[in-house]
Design a binder for this molecule. Structure first.
Ligand SMILES: [Zn+2]
Length: 305
């Protein structure tokens, strides 16, 4: 049996169990101070890197080859730091463009209130095309509150659709509940954008599994991303339900782990990225592993570097 505490600093020596994988929703660092206060220089990149690197090396040893870093702008997105950690860990790390409206808009800059969806999209399209600190975002990350969606949340989703249409990037949307997911699906339909370009992030928080099925049947991606040692039964329930309904081809899994917390001593308690491999994968049908962790992430988000 593989023990998590062994993995953190000791790479696996047996190659037999290692298959390549992609984690679609993780974090390196986050600063919860809010858009009004956040600024560069509130943390030491060397300190963050030294704390994050062993965790990234641990999953590299387990086969992780790509990680989508989901911390948005104004919440601690730092593409330079991600580039450094990618080089040092051997894992390709993707960053994002977009804005996070969840948590009642605390993490939105003032311009998000006054600008139109088109104006916001223009900013994100520029980031996607020109890069941020020399790094091109490979997906769109937004956050919306619970449904029915507030007009500001609707605007963020519309801006994300416009950006996706212009760039081909996929939208990963932190979504408060199933009602907010259905509202976003309606926006996709109204704007005639393919549901397959949108990922319902944090779907495990919606109790009604039938909504998972509805969203997946419409062609969108349903992401169960909070896998941790205490959540295994709930995540198994979600994934097994999708399998029973022949919807594994629209299902993504990840952990939403990591989180160096800016402002806390040593970044608080950094959550390892290993429980998906050590606690969850041994419990599922082995045939599900490649679609969930390799094929679907590439189908959902693309493969180009
Ligand atoms: Zn997250």
């Amino acid at each position: 049996m593989i023990r998590r505490r062994d993995l953190l600093f000791a790479p696996l020596t047996s190659q037999s169990a290692i298959r390549p994988s992609i984690l679609v929703h993780e974090h390196i660092m986050v600063d919860f101070v809010g858009a009004a206060t956040i600024q560069p220089g509130r943390y030491d990149p060397d300190e963050v890197a030294s704390l994050a690197l062993p965790h990234l090396k641990a999953i590299h040893a387990l086969g992780c080859r790509r990680l989508l870093e989901c911390t948005p702008n104004f919440l601690g997105r730092d593409p330079k730091l991600l580039t450094r950690l990618a080089r040092e860990s051997g894992i390709e790390i993707w960053t994002n463009t977009g804005l996070y409206g969840a948590a009642d808009f605390k993490f939105l800059p003032n311009y998000a209130q006054r600008e139109s969806a088109s104006e916001l999209a223009a900013r994100w399209i520029t980031e996607a095309r020109n890069g941020v600190d020399g790094v091109k975002p490979r997906f769109i990350k937004i956050g919306v509150n619970r449904g029915p969606l507030h007009p500001l949340d609707r605007k963020l989703m519309e801006a994300a659709v416009l950006t996706s249409r212009a760039t081909g990037l996929t939208i990963a949307s932190h979504t408060g509940d199933g009602a907010a997911a259905l509202d976003q699906l309606a926006i996709l339909k109204k704007m005639r954008h393919a549901p397959s370009k949108w990922v319902w992030v944090h779907a495990q928080n919606e109790a009604d599994l039938e909504i998972h099925a509805r969203i997946a049947k419409a062609g969108a991606w349903v992401e169960f991303d909070g896998i941790n040692p205490k959540s295994i039964e709930r995540h198994l329930e979600c994934v097994r339900f999708m399998a029973e309904h022949r919807l594994l081809n629209r299902t993504l899994i990840s952990q939403d782990a990591g989180w160096f917390h800016v402002g806390e001593p040593l970044g608080g308690s950094y959550q390892p990225y290993t429980s998906l491999y050590t606690d969850f994968l041994p419990r599922i049908n082995p045939d599900w592993r490649t679609p969930l962790l390799w094929t679907n992430p590439q189908l959902a988000f693309g493969t180009k570097k």
